[in-house]
Ligand binder design. Structure first.
Ligand code: ZN
Length: 175
């Protein structure tokens, strides 16, 4: 059993501005909504390659997640956002349940997960939400919902925000 690594300082930054402005850190620009599913699917082989690295569980800096921990995070982001997408499409102006990503990493013991299992689970979770975005009709992209901190999302901005998270963390691990 690997020893539990240091707890990270919580990431309290609000990243919603990237939806309109793009991300100077990773060079990301928001794509047309109809390309979200395609771009999500394109992350699957990239995460797969990252999760096959022999040093995947090593933290290059103690205060940053390992590539394995980032992969687990990306898998869980797909699951959480798939739930939020379903809520937006089936409920009128839903509020999303809070999701504490740092608690998820800690309580889920991301550092101790099996990379091959994570890779398979990522492919499944990413495929499911990509199919969800594929099925969005033209008249549904502007359906609205609210995060528990008050940030407002539409289907279109939720998709952009979600895609950025996957692609930004690939940049974090040079994947
Ligand atoms: Zn970014």
């Amino acid at each position: 059993m690997t020893a539990e690594p240091l707890a990270l300082p919580e990431d309290t930054k609000d990243w919603t501005w990237v939806i309109a402005q793009g991300c100077p850190e990773c060079g990301w620009a928001p794509p047309p909504s109809t390309e979200i599913a395609l771009r999500v699917r394109a992350t699957v082989p990239r995460w797969h390659a990252v999760l096959r690295r022999p040093d995947v569980a090593a933290r290059t800096r103690p205060e940053r997640w390992s590539a394995l921990e980032y992969g687990c995070h990306a898998r869980d982001v797909c699951r959480v956002f798939d739930g939020r997408l379903t809520q937006l499409l089936t409920e009128d102006e839903p509020t999303f349940a809070d999701w504490d990503q740092d608690a998820a990493a800690r309580d889920g013991h991301y550092f101790a997960e099996d990379p091959a299992t994570v890779s398979d689970a990522y492919a499944e979770a990413a495929g499911r939400i990509a199919a969800g975005f594929d099925a969005v009709r033209d008249d549904q992209w502007q359906r609205r919902g609210t995060r528990s901190n008050g940030s407002e999302f539409t289907v279109a901005t939720l998709g952009a925000y979600f895609l950025h998270d996957l692609e930004h963390h690939l940049a974090d691990v040079a994947g």
